[in-house]
Design a protein around this ligand. Structure first.
Ligand SMILES: Nc1nc2c(ncn2[C@@H]2O[C@H](COP(=O)(O)OP(=O)(O)OP(=O)(O)O)[C@@H](O)[C@H]2O)c(=O)[nH]1
Ligand SMILES: [Mg+2]
Length: 544
């Protein structure tokens, strides 16, 4: 019934494996996918994973640094798997304790793990006990269904207060539309922005001194208050879920207070717990720094881009292919799409590229004029006479009420003819629940296939960030005409200057999409554009 079972070290050495009779497919593909997309990305709070037709379940043994993975066909409902994986783990540890205690890869490579007979015996027992239990299997099915809930479905059940939040947002947006034109151009001044962007920074969260202070804080109070609860755990006791529960609860509250979406804070804590369960602890200081270290590692891991986004290089490559590089900006109303589009134009121009802005917000009064003003200002900063008589930035607009997808297409064709390096497509703000507008956005993207789809989101949002991103991605997937839909490729996190140290949205957004934060907006001038500095953000998150 099982396709495979494998036991490997966290260092990647396969200690033992079993392949079911008649199974010809190698298990390396699914196991590698599991490692890449779950274990390495801090998604290990949930212990199951799907890969094509297979269901994978896994367990981490943090004391001996082992991973146990079982694979079986998704259509099978194997109620015994969770217990079975626990049994195998215990049995394997007991039997090979001596070998596992010798540290180092060489010791593992030289050890021989003849586990086949024990494994088969355990499997037989598990299969029989599941048959014998019969009627109780219903309950364990429910339990496993619960554990397999996706982020999305969990979030969608939280109807109540979400509605309230959105209502508030709409009113704010209406207001915003009225006052925007007055505010938007105030104070846009500049300095040079050649080359890669500076990383966003925190005066208060970096530097050696701070590091030391943090260590002290762990022992005193502050964020360390919760580590204090681990004080009793000295000696060689290994950490259990119960030991960690109170600490994890505090950690979750701390993250939520920093604006991390509640679901994500919970998942992150579960993942940290999974990582630490079974670790043997030494003195109190080790416990405190281990828990803190695990959380910090997880946060940095989430913020580290899985994929390199190097726009300057990609634009050069597109230029060598004689085509414009196309970026589409999308997001809810008033988050800063047009303003940050203008800042990105400035950065591209400073780096020697020509830009065509496509005015595809044909909906909100004033949207086209807002872009025209930016275009004029940018051209006055880089006058045509410095660039062979040609305006370095142009606006492609067809007024209001027309089909945005069509205008984007014409703009891209125009840019190709006129040899523009980059097309930046501004779109109308839309709430994630507005189906007709979401469908229109999906069409614009499906038809024009931009090189980069950037989601623009405010750093001010908490739980709402997740809802926006999940629904934007869902709409792009649902309304795409291709089997490989274009989803969000990156995030622009705006108004970072307004949030003090409540930087949780950065974590929520990257966690949900798995996509990098490409730009951070830090104010209202053309210079207020940065790249993300994961260390500074994590520093701000950990601060009491
Ligand atoms: N403090 C701060 N304000 C910003 C930032 N980015 C944008 N804004 C301000 O946010 C307001 C809205 O910006 P817009 O660029 O018009 O937002 P939009 O998403 O294009 O809005 P719609 O087109 O109506 O959906 C303006 O007042 C901007 O100056 C930022 O990084 N920091
Ligand atoms: Mg706009």
């Amino acid at each position: 019934m099982l396709d495979f079972f494998t036991i490997f070290s966290k260092g990647g050495i396969v200690l033992w494996c079993f392949q079911g009779t008649g199974v010809t497919e190698s298990f390396t593909g699914p196991v590698n996918a599991l490692i890449r997309s779950v274990i390495l990305q801090e998604r290990s709070g949930n212990n199951s994973y799907s890969h094509d037709a297979l269901s994978l379940k896994y367990k981490l043994d943090n004391e001996f640094e082992l991973v146990f993975v079982v694979g079986f066909q998704k259509i099978l409902t194997l109620t015994y798997v969770d217990k079975f994986i626990d049994d195998v783990q215990l049995h394997f540890r007991d039997r090979y304790k001596n070998e596992l205690e010798q540290k180092g890869a060489l010791a593992l490579l030289n050890s021989h793990f003849a586990f086949e007979d024990d494994f088969k015996m355990l499997l037989r027992e598990a299969e029989e006990s599941s048959k014998a239990r019969g009627p109780t299997s219903m309950r364990s099915f429910n339990a496993s269904l619960k554990s397999q809930k996706t982020v999305k479905s969990m979030i969608e059940t939280k109807g109540g207060d979400k509605g309230k939040e959105q209502g508030g947002k709409k009113n704010k947006n209406e207001l915003h539309i009225l006052i925007k034109s007055c505010l938007v151009f105030q104070g846009m001044q500049l300095s040079s922005m050649k080359g890669d962007l500076l990383a966003v920074d925190y005066e208060s969260s970096e530097g050696e001194e701070e590091e030391e202070e943090e260590e002290d804080a762990v022992e005193r109070g502050a964020f360390g208050g919760m580590f204090g609860m681990l004080k009793g755990l000295v000696g060689s006791k290994s950490l259990s879920q119960e030991d960690m529960e109170p600490v994890l609860d505090k950690m979750r509250d701390h993250l939520i207070a920093k604006n991390v979406a509640a679901e994500i804070a919970s998942q992150l804590c579960d993942s940290v717990a999974k990582k630490l369960e079974g670790k043997v602890m030494g003195t109190f200081t080790t416990v405190a720094s281990t828990v803190k270290g695990a959380l910090q590692d997880s946060l940095v891991q989430i913020l580290q881009p899985k994929r390199r986004v190097d726009i300057l290089r990609d634009v050069l490559e597109a230029r060598s292919q004689r085509r414009p590089f196309v970026i589409t900006f999308c997001g809810v109303n008033g988050v800063g799409k047009s303003t940050n589009l203008a800042k990105i134009s400035f950065w591209l121009i400073e780096n020697g590229f020509t830009v065509l802005i496509a005015a595809c917000d044909t909906f909100r009064a004033g949207a086209v004029e807002q872009l025209r003003t930016h275009q004029r200002r940018l051209n006055s900063l880089h006058p045509p006479q410095d660039h062979g008589g040609r305006p370095i930035v142009q606006l492609y607009e067809k007024g209001y009420g027309k089909d945005a997808a069509g205008i984007a297409m014409e703009a891209i064709a125009y840019a190709r003819n006129q040899a523009f390096d980059v097309v930046l497509v501004d779109t109308a703000g839309r709430m994630q629940d507005n189906t007709p507008l979401m469908t229109a956005l999906a069409k614009l993207i499906a038809v024009n296939m931009p090189d980069l789809v950037l989601f623009v989101g405010e750093a001010l949002v908490g739980n709402e960030a997740v809802d926006q991103l999940v629904k934007f991605n869902q709409a792009l997937a649902d309304h795409s005409m291709s089997d490989k839909p274009r989803l969000i490729d990156g995030i622009v996190l705006t108004k970072f200057d307004t949030i003090d140290d409540k930087v949780g949205a950065a974590i929520s957004m990257t966690y949900i999409t798995g996509q990098p934060i490409v730009f951070v907006g830090t104010g209202q001038t053309y210079n207020d554009l940065r790249s993300l500095n994961a260390r500074a953000v994590v520093g701000a998150l950990m601060k009491a």
